[in-house]
Design a binder for this molecule. Sequence first.
Ligand SMILES: Cc1cc2nc3c(=O)[nH]c(=O)nc-3n(C[C@H](O)[C@H](O)[C@H](O)COP(=O)(O)OP(=O)(O)OC[C@H]3O[C@@H](n4cnc5c(N)ncnc54)[C@H](O)[C@@H]3O)c2cc1C
Length: 418
Amino acid sequence: MDFSFSAEDREFQREVRAWLDESWPAAARERRARSALARVSKAEQVRWQQKLAERGWAAPNWPVEHGGAGFTATQNYIFDLEMARAGAPRVLPFGITMVAPVIMKFGTEEQKQRFLPDILHSRVWWCQGYSEPGSGSDLASLRMKAEDKGDHYLVNGVKTWTTLAQHADWIFCLVRTSTEERRQLGISFLLIDMQSPGVTVKPIITLDQPVEGFQEINTVYFEDVEVPKANRLGEAGRGWTCAKYLLEFERGNAYSPALKQSLAGLEALAAAEPSGYAASRTGLAASENAGNAPLIDDEAFVTQLRDLEVQVLAMEFVELRILGALSAGQNVGPESSMLKTRGTELQQAVAELALELCGYYGFPLDQSTPLSEDLGPGFGPTHANGAAQAHFNTRKVSIYAGSNEIQRNIMAKLVLGL
Ligand SMILES: Cc1cc2nc3c(=O)[nH]c(=O)nc-3n(C[C@H](O)[C@H](O)[C@H](O)COP(=O)(O)OP(=O)(O)OC[C@H]3O[C@@H](n4cnc5c(N)ncnc54)[C@H](O)[C@@H]3O)c2cc1C
């Protein structure tokens, strides 16, 4: 199989690279390359998203008629590759990648006009209200109730693990509108304004949260919230179909572009370090005098690095093979479960190696300790700032969007026929 890009695709790659070199500020690029903790603020993300929108690239997965880039599968992959190379923030998924395709497929014309432009231009932020306490993997057991009150629903219940709900203007929710024998048939898909009376957001504090401003997840409470029926997507009781459609997009990412970039970053750090602190303290150092040599000269470290590179390369080949199938008009199917499982395992392995590279400077810090240049004078080398937090943060990737155990069940059933 030929994995090389066509001449047009290579031209497209040059165009994307040139635009990113010009548009994504060098200072931000440098900051993100140096510290794992350098996440972007909401304001920075919005500015970036709007810049992409001006270029017509804010929504790579949308058709042109709705203002999307209309990229082919290959162009989408190349775009991801170049965004990762530049260290530019990924398009935030909840609006553009998740709810928008569902609005396009199941929404009325009025709903499309109302919601899509604000998503495209990052004027309105969304979050995902699927999981509830006690309803995660077994999502169809969800209990958040939406009672039919004529022109509106009265919503009561709790959603949890809701990523970035504290910044969101709207939430898309799976709610129970009836109790059918087949649980899936009683579920509807509602779009809820977070400013509605009766909605309360409370933070969940996690291990990766060393300082304020880095909190990611929340519990959202709904108490007698009135939601107009005009905010329901699709028919009542058919929300499960919308939910499954959305999950295809949630799991449809390519992992290798960002992984390759992270490994290249680790290699550059290991080569640059005088390593008075790193190699001698990582526990990886193979030789007595490793402390005076760059870590890249350390056999044990390099073995781990190259091993991961090989695994990422294998991942890339699988992604390119799937890309070939997509370009030929086929669907991804259960292979998305394979990609999600391997991709997230590798994300965790890379974060772990990055932490090892820091030696004891990677020790997690408490809330009162300044962490990076942005936050005050640092402690240890810059790349160690936030390495532990990044390591903790990647624990989530094998859990959300359907845990890896659930993905293995899917593969066993659909690929192996068990
Ligand atoms: C950081 C983070 C962010 C998240 N963001 C969001 C969000 O924005 N919106 C949202 O709706 N949800 C979000 N989630 C929730 C996520 O989708 C759920 O955590 C996930 O579906 C697992 O559900 P659970 O936590 O209830 O665990 P459970 O379903 O209780 O599972 C517990 C354990 O049992 C295993 N298990 C369960 N059933 C089976 C089975 N049949 N076979 C084998 N093993 C099984 C699971 O793999 C897991 O290891 C987020 C989660 C995290 C950690």
